[in-house]
Design a protein around this ligand. Structure first.
Ligand code: AMP
Length: 417
């Protein structure tokens, strides 16, 4: 079993590397944000520098068939620039054997979009809407069978496999998980994956205490599994943002027109009861900035969170709440933040989220470990200029969310087992 690339000797070896080059392109097929390409460079450069060659594979968008709009040829130039060598291109990821065989040490080949093939995801395509259950089953079995050949072909190009695509680590796809079985002693995480895995472990496995989770965002329903997993692990659970109002209402508070989910009140009460039983300190908002419409210029008014006016909607955390939360944050040694504590997209309701970003930066400076991951809080810290002032900002929204739900990610398991 091989896990981390620092322990591997790449001299004369061909490495097939799954990266996440799913970058945004404009209508002229120009890359508008190349962060994902740049984040994969340390891994790719290491293999080349040690005298290996790389076969790079990725998906781009969600094509349902071969579609030039989603071709990775649009990004070859930028990948070459970043890598510092001219990158060759294979126009069909399943017909690249000759090009892979011809690669010399220090050379790189980029395969065409893996998702041009249904086999990458292992899900049937083109099924009629009125297909019967039996037809669906048969189509699924067929694509699963041909998936084996698809993966075997990819594996035949290389001597070793590196997964550096955290963004798709929660998917059991051909290139993210299944391919690993062809490299029982030559499979490993790239640097980006390694960083993400260590960040998750720093919070969920080896946290220095007190450990605090700040969970915000819009809905309890999308974070239920996160809350249920964390309530058994953390010392403090700060629940903010739109989802906080369901908890306030569950305890008999008046929340005016604030976002809430009545059907989740029993779950909210269960989470609060579990927290009490386990001695976890739950901190809800005590004071709210409310608006009269979901609009930046709507009139604003501060209310006690359990007594919001009938015509008002809670849209941000107010100073008394933020003071409470700051105390908790400053007393913590490990902090996980997922989800904004207000409607941060509207500048007049972004103050709470900005304050949390500042508090996390200060806590980090004082020696706490701070991880921002899994959703809009990543966009918030990046946009607000705090990304390099916290310990780690995750690159994988869905993957990080599933990790903090306590799930085992197939892309990680495939390397570890
Ligand atoms: P999520 O994707 O679940 O992390 O939710 C992020 C979204 O929650 C952002 O778009 C925020 O605008 C939204 N949000 C945060 N606080 C509130 C609130 N009080 N009312 C409505 N939406 C909110």
């Amino acid at each position: 079993m091989q896990q981390f690339i620092d322990k591997y000797d790449f001299k004369g070896k061909k490495a097939i590397v799954r990266v996440d080059f799913n970058v945004p392109l404009n209508e002229n097929f120009e890359i508008t944000d190349d962060t994902r390409i740049r984040r994969a460079m340390p891994t790719l450069k290491k293999v080349l520098a040690e005298g290996g060659s790389v076969i790079i594979m990725s998906h781009l968008g969600r094509p349902k068939k071969v579609d030039p709009k989603f071709s990775l040829k649009h990004i070859v130039g930028r990948v070459s620039e970043c890598l510092g060598v001219p990158v060759q291109f294979a126009e069909d990821c399943q017909k690249a054997k000759a090009q892979a065989d011809a690669l010399k040490p220090g050379e790189a080949l980029l395969l065409e979009n893996l998702r041009f093939y249904a086999e990458e995801e292992g899900k049937p395509r083109g099924l009629a809407e009125d297909a019967s259950e039996e037809e669906k089953k048969a189509a699924k079995a067929a694509v699963k069978a041909s998936q084996k050949e698809f993966v075997k072909t990819l594996a035949s190009y290389a001597d070793c496999y590196i997964n550096d695509a955290f963004g798709t680590a929660h998917r059991a796809h051909g290139s993210t998980a299944l391919i690993a079985e062809y490299f029982p002693n030559d499979k490993m995480f790239g640097y980006l994956m390694e960083g993400e895995i260590k960040a998750i472990d720093n919070v969920l496995k080896n946290a220095k205490r007190p450990l605090t989770a700040i969970i915000g965002g819009s809905k309890v329903s999308s974070k239920l599994a996160v809350l249920k997993n964390l309530v058994g692990k953390v010392d403090n659970l700060i629940i903010g943002g739109g989802m906080g109002y369901t908890f306030i209402k569950a305890q008999g508070g008046k929340i005016g027109l604030s976002l809430h989910e009545d059907e989740l009140i029993p779950d909210a009460l269960e989470i609060l009861a579990t927290a009490k039983e386990k001695g976890v300190n739950v901190s809800l908002s005590v004071q709210t900035v409310a608006g009269q419409a979901f609009d930046n210029d709507t009139p604003r008014k501060i209310f006690d969170t359990n007594n919001i006016g009938d015509e008002w909607e809670g849209m941000d955390a107010a100073p008394a709440t933020l003071e409470n939360w700051k105390k908790i944050i400053m007393n913590s040694k490990t902090i996980l933040w997922n989800g904004p504590v207000g409607v941060f997209e509207l500048p007049n309701f972004a103050k709470g989220t900005l304050q949390i970003a500042e508090d996390l930066a200060e806590a980090t400076k004082n020696g706490a470990y701070t991880l921002v991951g899994g959703g809009d809080s990543v966009a918030a810290v990046t946009q607000m200029g705090y990304a390099d002032k916290v310990s780690y900002v995750s690159t994988g929204g869905g993957a990080m969310l599933e990790a903090i739900e306590g799930k085992i990610l197939p892309g990680i398991a495939a390397i570890q087992e």
